[in-house]
Write a protein of this length. Structure first.
Length: 481
């Protein structure tokens, strides 16, 4: 934590925190290790301030022992050739993740590559496209191959898209590998965006979609895999998501690129709704959401569809869509109130504020908050899931679950919640009554829209948070009614 000074980043250091760098993308590192270290250092800085423990200015002569100034990186630093080793290429893709992307030549055109994953089986001549699997491409390197999840043509106004869709007809002669990694199916492939495994009568369903965006096809594939998981002789299903991001709802980039964005939006939200309904209506298994990474928009509702919600400490929830010009669907009008009440559900979705795990736990949006990192979190989740399904009263627990769902259905059918939400979403998509087209365009093209009507500028963040959550050292929690 550096105090502001005339020269950028040259002021007194109030606090610092260190962490081990793991092999992952720049964005994943920022969303997890950097964020946690930043919070830790910020709290240390506050403690120093409270004690009047002001730091001394860092002398330039001491910089030789603590580090050195480096030049700003540029796009060319991340360019690569497929003749380079896999590890070198992957390092560049990870370092350039999110922006600007690692530039290379694919089929005689320049593209920025995102979401690289090493393939350990297939090999070929460097630069050859070996296979397509669920819209990702496997491309040969000098000593192996890489899966590339997304590409962005290196021309003005192009946007990031799933790799096979970015190249389109150019891939007509490339073989396509279908199917998910379900138990033994396609287990030979090194990477799947959806995979399933079992242990001690519990099924674990992993889904790792780039940036958490879920397209129509991804929602449908995840729903089909979930249905297959329900047919297994298990007692519980744990939705594990991915290590980086849980889910951010519908795929805005694909919608923006569609010939008919309104139609694409309608199909995507219906596929998302179908997936969530499948989870809500599961009466054969106990379901758990294990949230390892941030969740936003419809991704929060996806997590709430399960019977039990476990989150890793430090992740962030953004349970709103109003800033994107959407009323929201994904059964949020059922899922949010059943956990936190109607008033807080309205506040969560209308105030457009991020919520940490402490707040989410206090208001019972989640059931428990477990320490990380991801490997430790997953071990704890497995222990909880397997202990729960082995309880002597597990049959009674399942009966209670079915009773509650039937009671809720008699009070108000799920279809009615969906129909009411979709009336509003139809207005958003086809009549653009909340500015979805413009806000989506700005989001996809990384532009800053006008701050007017975003709902943020008029909110007193401090007082609005107090309405939902107030904690003082000697006071009890108080919720405004």
């Amino acid at each position: 934590i550096i105090q502001a000074a005339e020269k950028m980043d040259a002021g007194p250091v109030w606090a610092s925190a260190c962490f081990q760098m793991r092999k992952c993308s720049k964005s994943a590192l920022y969303r997890h290790e950097v964020t946690q270290a930043g919070i830790q250092a910020l709290l240390q800085a506050v403690q120093h301030f409270e004690k009047n423990d002001f730091p001394n200015k860092v002398e330039s002569s001491s910089l030789a022992y603590t580090g050195k100034w480096r030049r700003r990186t540029i796009e060319n630093d991340f360019k690569f050739s497929w003749n380079e080793p896999t590890a070198t290429i992957l390092k560049k893709i990870n370092a350039a993740d999110s922006y600007p992307g690692a530039i290379t030549n694919i089929l005689d055109e320049e593209y920025a590559c995102f979401g690289g994953v090493e393939e350990k089986v297939m090999k070929g001549s460097p630069g050859d496209i070996l296979a397509i699997h669920n819209e990702s491409l496997c491309i040969a390197t000098s000593d192996g191959a890489l899966w590339i999840q997304c590409l962005q043509n290196n021309i003005v106004n192009s946007i990031k898209l799933p790799s096979s869709l970015a190249l389109g007809e150019k891939l007509k002669d490339v073989k396509e590998i279908s199917g998910e990694n379900f138990i033994e199916d396609n287990a030979a492939l090194s990477w799947h965006d959806i995979r399933y495994e079992e242990s001690n009568e519990v099924g674990y369903l992993y889904f790792n979609f780039y940036n958490g965006a879920m397209s129509t096809s991804q929602c449908n594939r995840l729903r089909e895999t979930f249905i297959s998981a329900k047919a297994r002789p298990t007692k519980g299903i744990v939705m594990m998501g991915g290590e980086d991001i849980w889910s951010n709802g519908i795929h805005l980039n694909l919608i923006e690129a569609a010939e008919n964005p309104a139609k694409a939006s309608w199909e995507n939200i219906n596929a998302m709704n179908d997936l969530i309904r499948e989870i809500i209506c599961t009466d054969s298994h106990y379901t758990i959401s294990a949230i390892q990474g941030n969740a936003g928009a419809g991704g929060v509702a996806l997590a709430l569809a399960a019977d039990k919600i476990l989150a890793m400490k430090g992740i962030v929830f953004n349970p709103h869509t109003r800033n994107m010009g959407l009323y929201g669907s994904e059964y949020w009008t059922y899922l949010f109130p059943r956990r936190i009440g109607t008033q807080r559900a309205q506040q969560f979705t209308e105030q457009c504020l991020p919520w940490g795990t402490d707040i989410a736990l206090e208001v019972k949006l989640i059931d428990d908050c477990l320490e990380g990192p991801c490997e430790i979190f997953c071990q704890k989740v497995r222990r909880i899931a397997e202990e729960l399904t082995q309880l002597s009263y597990f049959p009674q627990l399942m009966n209670a679950k079915r009773f509650k769902r039937n009671r809720d259905e008699r009070y108000k059918p799920l279809q009615q919640y969906r129909d009411e939400e979709m009336v509003q979403m139809h207005l958003n998509f086809y009549e653009d009554n909340m500015g979805f087209d413009y806000k989506r365009y700005c989001f996809v093209h990384k532009l800053n829209p006008d701050s007017e009507n975003t709902g943020i500028s008029e909110i007193d963040l401090f007082s609005e948070r107090r309405k939902i959550w107030r904690r003082r050292k000697y006071d009890k929690l108080y919720y405004e009614v």
